[in-house]
Design a binder for this molecule. Structure first.
Ligand code: PEP
Ligand code: MN
Length: 338
């Protein structure tokens, strides 16, 4: 249920109602918009129904949220959420944010070379995996903490925020110390303990859509994070498994406008893992920008033939740079910037 306050409702009226909600054993989630305050009430439906809250001073209306995801829904918050990262970088505003870097952090030289080049070309966030979710246990699993140290030192040297994957609840605290954004990979989208743990931090998180997850399931997973108090969630469409096997996955471009209708959270697109082929990254990125996404996550490697993971889908820095120039034109055509 959501409680919508009147425009200009007094702080004491809002505090008074929050106290009442807490006294009933329910959880209030406050969203202060530019015009109005909205309080989401989470708890057993019967308790909520039994106690009228619309009689409280300052309250405009009380509405049930029909969707199973509550805090994530557009009903809860009408305006688009803008997630602040660091150094003035934010995701969800008019500016389309590009996150780029290698699949895996391999060496300091490798990451530094790619980082400097993608930053130069227009990327505002550096990605790189230190803990890798590989299909085979016999392939490169990532450098672990050593990789995180490399990521942080390059981030500080170049002044670029970073995103890296967290696979295990036991690594949350460690990764929190080294990176600016947690990435929850497709294979962990329904690792509910991990979602709850990340929900207890305040750090921005990119939540990737599972290989076989519906949009509703993705939003339910996001709800786990928000319900623990972390509203800094960025959703990511990265391709889903279909009968088509030419591409590694099928990029569901329609997920972008669908999520925009259903949720206030920003949505980014990862064309690299969707395609699995570097030659398709450019056309899919263009489609993603045209579809209204708030950002792109693109894998870039200076020597893809020698990459320790997913070489076939990583762009060369020069191809990445060319792509960004084309994306600027598409963004301008739809009234956005890069
Ligand atoms: C990645 O970003 O390197 C990755 C493994 O992505 P996904 O979880 O989407 O497969
Ligand atoms: Mn990868």
């Amino acid at each position: 249920m959501i409680i919508v306050f009147k425009k200009g409702a007094k702080n004491e009226e809002i505090d008074n109602l929050i106290k009442r909600v807490e006294d009933l054993g329910l959880k209030p989630m406050v969203s202060k918009g530019t015009e109005r305050t909205i309080v989401g009430v989470i708890g057993p439906e019967d308790v909520i129904r039994l106690h009228p809250l619309d009689v409280f001073p300052g309250v405009d209306k009380v509405m049930p949220v029909l969707a199973p995801y509550k805090l994530v829904s557009r009903e809860f918050k009408q305006e688009d959420s803008i997630i602040k990262i660091r150094d003035g970088v934010e995701i969800g505003s008019n500016r389309i944010v590009i996150i780029a870097g290698p699949c895996s952090i391999e060496t300091e030289e490798q990451l530094k070379g790619v980082a400097a080049s993608v930053k130069d070309s227009g990327a505002s966030i550096l990605r790189g995996g230190a803990f890798k979710p590989r299909t085979s246990p016999y392939t490169f699993q990532g450098l672990g903490e050593e990789g995180l140290k490399i990521l942080k030192s390059i981030s500080e040297e170049l002044g670029i925020p970073t995103a890296t994957e967290v696979m295990d609840t036991r690594d949350v605290e460690l990764i929190d110390r080294y990176a600016d954004i947690f990435q929850i990979g497709a294979r962990n989208m329904q690792n509910f303990n991990l979602l709850k743990e990340i929900g207890q931090t305040k750090k921005p998180v990119i939540l990737k859509r599972g290989l076989s997850a519906t949009i509703k399931e993705l939003l339910m997973s996001a709800e786990y994070i928000l319900s623990e108090g972390n509203f800094n969630v960025i959703l990511c469409e990265r391709g889903i498994r279909t009968f088509e096997d030419f591409t590694r996955n099928t990029l569901d471009v329609s997920a972008v406008p669908a999520i925009k209708m259903l949720s206030h959270l920003p949505v980014i697109v990862d064309p690299s893992h969707a395609a699995g082929k570097w030659g398709m990254v450019s056309p899919l990125s263009k489609a993603a920008v045209a579809s209204g996404c708030d950002g792109l996550l693109i894998e870039v490697h200076s020597n893809p033939q020698e990459a320790l993971s997913e070489g076939s889908q990583q762009l060369l820095p020069e191809n990445f740079s060319e792509l960004v120039e084309k994306l600027k034109k598409i963004s301008a055509a739809i009234g956005r910037t890069i």
